[in-house]
Design a protein. Structure first.
Length: 134
């Protein structure tokens, strides 16, 4: 491996409400799809720092990280994705960045197949980090 090889890394948060629904944000760019809060790591940043920074930027809220539940390879974007179970620090008011147009809490069965797998592995975490290629 050469030192100029590039790896795309991102960190995302699974945040649930008291009804067990998952917080998703809708992008204002690209395919404008719904997804978990989070994004790419910046140079010199840890995955923990990245998910905290991304949630603060995207939601306007601080989070607590409960645990890392999964590491996935997302073939469509050629990136490694780290999934964390997180909670919003109370009290909070969600204030979206200009990268997202809206947010919603989504029932598990309404998630895409890829998101459903990641979220179920996160919610049902039993101490072993899940890993898979999508």
């Amino acid at each position: 491996m050469a030192f100029n090889d590039m790896f795309r890394l991102s960190a995302h948060a699974v945040i649930t409400n008291t009804q067990g629904q998952v917080l998703q944000v809708k992008a204002t760019y690209g395919d404008k799809c719904w997804g978990l809060p989070g994004g790419a790591l910046e140079l010199g940043e840890t995955i923990h720092q990245a998910v905290k920074r991304e949630c603060l930027e995207e939601l306007g809220c601080d989070i607590n990280i409960d645990y890392l539940s999964g590491v996935y390879y997302h073939s469509a974007y050629q990136s490694q994705v780290f999934i964390f179970k997180c909670t919003l620090v109370e009290p909070f008011t969600i204030k979206l960045s200009n990268e997202h147009s809206e947010y919603q809490y989504t029932d598990l069965l309404a998630l895409s197949a890829v998101q459903l797998h990641r979220v179920k592995a996160c919610i049902g975490f039993v101490g072993e980090v899940d890993s898979r290629v999508f």
